[in-house]
Every structure is written in structure tokens, then in C-alpha cells.
Design a protein around this ligand. Structure first.
Ligand SMILES: [Zn+2]
Ligand SMILES: [Zn+2]
Length: 360
């Protein structure tokens, strides 16, 4: 029994960032400073095709870690893979997707499918970089929400593009439904964990006389973040603190949130069975002879929202406010979605990792 009496500390970070080392627009120190101004606790820089561990460390109040974003298979524009904690340059392993996934796992690393599905807005006409090989297995998780990817999808005209650049919250709606469906489909087979990221580049776009940075690193770090639950407080030691981050990411102790709508710090999703408490990433193995026992799911949010408890991809309970309670004895994969209204439209706010209930 995965008895949950563990205490957790919440840390907020951004896991998909480019610097001048690839196609971003600021160096590691400036990016870390922007993260500090945005109130983040940690960032993982994922430049394309380069791994620079020597820049890692504490930068003021921000833990700066380094991973890498690789394109599996050279002759293709899709299959972007975010790699954390592999401890070495992985570019020479960027062949077939399954080979890259296995190579990362063999080195004790974690790998997440980046922006799995993209849509080119009819005006922006930007290229899309989809994950194309869904027969692969062994990856740690999926980037269910990529802020710049979503933004790109909604730019259907110049006017709309300008409106969104000056008021980005009008554009953002939540992870793509097809991405969530793909994740739910994989979850029927095995646990894979959700992360979210900004895909921060902070590039400047020009249109005639108009020139504007879309968007600053600080703006991007106040948008789609990954909140993790670490099992010990940080000590200031790089290796110790980095290991806590990777332990949380490896075990699904995380949720994805669009913090620009409202800070999601303090969100909680638990299942209580007898005297045991389970949280995101946990599996509750219910002994067959005790499967008549009820499990109590409890969701709490730091601000009022529309709350939905999903089981195997379907809504099984919903409520409005800061709390949702649901009692059941049905096995399945349970996860939470929370949304908030902004300008008349329901916007995605929080997406939890699942708690799985099995009967054995
Ligand atoms: Zn990418
Ligand atoms: Zn990227």
C-alpha cells in the first residue's frame, strides 16, 4: 500500500525555456532574474541541441537547472522531446524517437513529449511541430500545455493577433482537447505525467512599423507553470535540491497551472481511504475483499473556480467554489481540471496529475 503520510512542499517552476544558447533572446542569468521577478522558485532551461550544466545553481531565490530539447529523428520537423536529469549531452542519441526515449531512461533521465499537438493559426501561418510517433513507450510524460503553442493557434487575423499581444489573457483557453484526450488514452495503459511550460524565447516580432517583444521572459513565467510537490525543504545545495525537483517530476507530484488567471499556489487534490491519504501521482491499491470501502476524493483551490473531477477522461463530479468532495469505490484514473471565467469565457486554470485507484 502506497500509504500517504508524506508531507510535501510546493515549488513553482517553468520547465521549457530557451536562452541565447539556442534560439532564445537572453542569457541564463537574465532569464533567472526574470523568473525571480515573476516569483518562480525554479526553472529548467531546455535549449535546443545543447546541454550546459555548468551554468546551474542558485541565482538569488531561483534554482536554475538545465535540461535539453531534442528533435528525435533528423529528417523531421516534429517529435520534440524535453530531457531532464540525463546528466550528459544527448544530441548523439537523437535518432528514432524510441531510441532517444530509451537512451534517456538508461541514463536515469526523464523525458517529456513537448507540444504534442500544434495548430497553426490561420493568420500567423507558423509551422507546427507535432509529436508523430505515438507507438513509442517509456517516456515520463507529456507537456499537456505549452503557452506559446496555444497562443500561436489562436491568431486567426492581424487584428486578433494584436489584441492578443496587448492582452494575452484574451487568447488563452487551456490545453487543447485533443492533447488531453491523447493523455487520457495513454493513462489507460500506464501512468505518464503532465507538465506545462512556456516555451519561452522572448522573441521580437515586426509587422511594418510595429515592433514588439512577444512576450518577455517575465510575462512568460507568470503564465503556464508546473507546480511540484517536493518531499523535503530545499537546503541551498544544488545537487540535493535538484534531486528533489526530479523526484517530484518522476513521480507525478505536480500540477499544471495558468498562474496569470490567479495564483494556483495552495491547490490540493487528495484521496482518503481509511487512515491513508494519497495525492497526485499515487496509486491506491484497494484489496479486492475490501473494495466495498469508500474512497473520499477532496479537491481544494486557493480561489473560486469551476472544478471538475475526471475518471478515465470523463467528468464524474463537478462543483463551483473552492472545494469538491466525491465519494466512490470505482477503480479508475482520477484527475482534476479547474477553470475560471475571464471576459465571458471559461479559461483553463489548473490540471492535476492523476491518482489511480486499482482493485487487486
Ligand atoms: Zn519544440
Ligand atoms: Zn522549445
Amino acid at each position: 500500500m502506497d500509504a500517504g503520510c508524506t508531507a510535501y512542499w510546493e515549488r513553482v517552476g517553468n520547465l521549457h525555456i530557451h536562452t541565447l544558447a539556442s534560439d532564445g533572446t537572453a542569457d541564463h542569468n537574465a532569464v533567472a532574474q526574470a523568473a525571480g521577478r515573476a516569483g518562480l522558485d525554479f526553472i529548467i532551461v531546455t535549449d535546443h541541441d545543447v546541454f550546459l550544466p555548468e551554468v546551474q545553481g542558485w541565482k538569488g531565490s531561483v534554482l536554475l537547472l538545465v535540461g535539453e530539447e531534442l528533435r528525435a529523428r533528423d529528417n523531421d520537423d516534429g517529435n520534440h522531446y524535453l530531457i531532464f536529469h540525463a546528466g550528459q549531452e544527448m544530441l548523439d542519441q537523437a535518432g528514432e524517437p524510441q531510441h532517444l526515449i530509451d537512451a534517456v531512461n538508461e541514463r536515469g533521465g526523464l523525458g517529456f513529449i513537448a507540444h504534442p499537438l500544434e495548430y497553426a493559426g490561420s493568420y500567423s501561418g507558423e509551422r507546427t511541430y507535432n509529436w508523430q510517433d505515438w507507438d513509442v513507450t517509456g517516456y515520463s510524460g507529456i507537456e499537456i500545455w505549452n503557452y506559446m503553442s496555444e497562443f500561436k493557434a489562436h491568431v486567426s487575423s492581424l487584428l486578433r493577433g494584436l489584441a492578443y499581444i496587448f492582452s494575452p489573457k484574451l487568447a488563452i483557453r487551456g490545453p487543447f482537447a485533443a492533447t488531453l484526450s491523447a493523455w487520457d488514452a495513454v493513462l489507460t495503459e500506464r501512468m505518464v505525467w503532465a507538465i506545462g511550460g512556456s516555451d519561452a524565447h522572448a522573441q521580437t516580432y515586426r509587422k511594418g512599423a510595429l515592433k514588439r517583444q512577444v512576450f518577455s521572459y517575465e510575462h512568460l513565467f507568470r503564465a503556464v507553470n508546473t507546480h511540484i510537490l517536493v518531499t523535503e525543504p530545499w537546503t541551498g545545495d544544488l545537487v540535493h535540491d535538484a534531486n528533489l525537483v526530479y523526484e517530484a517530476l518522476a513521480n507525478g507530484k505536480a500540477f499544471v497551472a495558468y498562474d496569470a488567471l490567479a495564483s494556483a499556489r495552495g491547490f490540493d487534490f487528495n484521496a482518503v481511504w481509511r487512515e491513508h491519504t494519497f495525492t497526485m501521482g499515487d496509486t491506491l491499491d484497494l484489496p479486492l475483499d475490501e473494495s466495498n470501502d469508500y474512497i473520499k476524493f477532496e479537491v481544494t483551490t486557493p480561489h473560486p473556480a469551476q472544478l471538475r473531477l475526471m475518471c478515465n477522461g470523463l467528468v464524474v463530479a463537478q462543483s463551483k467554489g473552492m472545494r469538491l468532495l466525491f465519494t466512490t469505490r470505482e477503480p479508475g484514473v482520477y484527475r482534476v481540471e479547474a477553470s475560471r471565467k475571464y471576459f465571458g469565457r471559461d479559461r483553463g486554470w489548473i490540471y492535476s496529475n492523476p491518482i489511480r485507484v486499482c482493485v487487486r
